[in-house]
Design a protein around this ligand. Structure first.
Ligand code: UDP
Length: 383
């Protein structure tokens, strides 16, 4: 185990400490970058593992390039597969990496299969496990991500929460107070760090749209895109919106496979790079989405967001942001769209969504108390 040198602990560098940071899919890359930077600034040796759950240029390489993330130290090559097969492949490939690197801690981010798979392997190896974005709950067990969230938290020592509602969920599930750290939102760290650069580039010229005058769409949740009986009516609603203003829809690979009827007037594009996408988000009149991260980014940007789901694991974007959960009924989506055109919600920003979450995570991990983190799990606590 590493020893923290110097007093007080928060200013210490920890040259003996080694942390594996795991990223696997698009929404992980913007979350892992601020954590890597903050740990390295404190003298921690980091090992970046890319599981390659997303592996192509549009869903992976462009983010490393645009965000200045170094080449992964290990790439696991797991690729696309069924839920079980992908999880199994990540676990099988990650286990020897943990054995070889012998980290003090493994940090996982978000809620994808790689998050849960690597947390399980790390916990069994006996090293400390930290979950960045702990405690989010949709209470919708049909979402694979919800299972990943709950299982990952369950085997984690450090639970890094973005918002007070996540802290409350963790407390209600019986986690110890000393495991739970309200640190803010690492995705916002990356958004704020890159927004000026993204805006300076301007909107993608090929789209021929004007700032403040278009709707931006992302859809990739299985409940929305796997069944054409659900997706086609949503596309019809988008076509109706396109009669009032341009609609830009960068299509996720999962959605592309199901998109049988391209809606009239909707500008379909390949998935966009991060800088183009956040520039488009920031200047949109409204964003329609089923993404988790996009709900958060629009809140920080003060841009109206309509979430095409029945629930959200990020309720703070509704109570303290610009998000509205509207479901997937096309008429409800249209009503909500016209409504935000008339009455855009006021811009608000949750506490600690300030660009410094990565630093707070590194502070917690390198503090003297971290070395002595108890291996107790919640069920060890008598309630
Ligand atoms: N994003 C992007 N290009 C796109 C669509 C999204 O760079 O074409 C970014 C977006 O800004 C956010 C992240 O991808 O940072 C969200 O990822 P995604 O919606 O795939 O996953 P989720 O947040 O739902 O887990």
């Amino acid at each position: 185990m590493y020893e923290v040198q110097g007093v007080p602990g928060h200013d210490a560098t920890v040259p003996g400490m080694r942390v594996i940071c795991v990223a696997g899919a698009r929404p992980n890359f913007m979350k892992v970058k601020p954590v890597l930077d903050a740990l390295e600034a404190r003298g921690v040796e980091t090992v970046l593992v890319h599981t390659e759950q997303h592996y192509d240029d549009a869903m992976s390489a462009i983010f490393f390039d645009e965000l200045g993330i170094r080449e992964p130290d290990r790439s696991l090559g797991v690729g696309s597969a069924s839920q079980a097969e992908q999880t199994a492949r990540v676990m099988t490939a990650f286990e020897p990496v943990v054995a070889e690197v012998a980290p003090d801690a493994v940090l996982v981010v978000g809620d994808v299969n790689s998050t849960m798979a690597c947390a399980l392997v790390a916990a069994k190896s006996g090293c400390l496990v930290g979950h960045v974005e702990a405690g989010l709950r949709s209470r919708d067990w049909s979402m694979p991500e919800e299972i990943n969230r709950v299982v990952t938290d369950r085997v984690s020592d450090f639970l890094f929460a973005t918002s007070p509602d996540a802290v409350e969920n963790l407390q209600a599930e019986g986690y110890r107070a000393d495991q739970i750290h309200l640190v803010g939102n690492v995705m916002v760290d990356t958004l704020l760090a890159n927004l000026p650069r993204a805006q300076a580039r301007g909107l993608p010229k090929s789209l021929d749209i004007e700032s403040g005058g278009y709707a931006l769409v992302t859809l990739h949740r299985p409940a929305n895109v796997d069944d054409p009986a659900t997706l086609n009516p949503i596309m019809a609603a988008l076509a109706e919106i396109a009669q009032r203003c341009p609609v830009v829809f960068p299509v996720h690979p999962r959605t592309r496979a199901q998109l049988t009827a391209a809606a009239l007037g909707v500008l379909l594009t390949e998935p966009l790079g991060y800088l183009d996408f956040i520039a488009l988000e920031a200047a949109a009149r409204v964003v329609l989405t089923d993404s988790g991260g996009v709900q958060e980014e629009t809140t920080v940007l003060g841009v109206p967001c309509l979430t095409l789901r029945d629930n959200t694991e990020r309720p703070i974007t509704v109570t303290e942001g610009t998000n509205r959960v509207v479901g997937r009924d096309p008429q409800a989506v249209l009503r909500a769209t016209w409504d935000v055109f008339e009455r855009p919600p006021p811009a608000r920003k949750p506490a600690l969504w300030d660009g410094h979450a990565g630093q707070r995570i590194a502070e917690v991990l390198t503090a003297p108390a971290a070395a002595a983190q108890s291996r107790l799990r919640p069920t060890d606590v008598t309630r």
